[in-house]
Design a protein around this ligand. Sequence first.
Ligand SMILES: N[C@@H](CCC(=O)N[C@@H](CS)C(=O)NCC(=O)O)C(=O)O
Length: 212
Amino acid sequence: MTLKIYGINFSSCTRRVAVVCKELNVPYELVTVDILKGEQRSAEHLVRQPFGVIPAIEDDGFELFESRAIGRYVVAKYGKGSGLVPDPADIAATAKFEQAASIENNNFDPHAGQLILELVIKPTRGIPSSPERVKELQATMASKLDAYEKILSKQKYLAGDTLTIADLFHLPWLYGLTEKANLDLIPSRPNVARWYNDISSRPAWQAVKDFA
Ligand SMILES: N[C@@H](CCC(=O)N[C@@H](CS)C(=O)NCC(=O)O)C(=O)O
């Protein structure tokens, strides 16, 4: 049975899952849960995702939510040997991967998500964004990306010289920040620019960047 992703084509979290599936050529069916209509809070969806957000998956009777956990599951089940998550027997590579995953989750995602909220989501809903908040978030994001620049000046990807899902997980927000919010965060940081050009030009991302 085809893996079902419960989400919506424009959602960043849905595309975070879809890009991992595409990278591994795992077919999926997108079952639309329309967050603009509030369907994420329907009784039916709350059974799949008790926190009332998307995405969630169902794969041959197995259910899971949280986009990053889903990405790890997809690699564990369908991507053995892909290197997208290191072999647990390689303790050093696994530790560096966990470090990279933690960097994305803590140093990138919260600030990037808030910037997207202010600069992309609020304007589309007619809600005024706060210039002070944007300024503060942009400064935080810039300092975080300065740290990325240091890391990426020594290695190709965030966990080392091999692409992992920790890199791929950045794509929806980085795309939103650079190409939807038109923020100039990347070109002044040559190693971040090289890394972003590399990961964003992958066919998997090109296939889902606008719609999962
Ligand atoms: N940590 C969750 C975050 C899920 C999330 O915030 N999803 C957003 C779409 S990207 C959503 O459902 N928003 C609608 C809402 O908050 O009501 C994950 O990664 O799956």
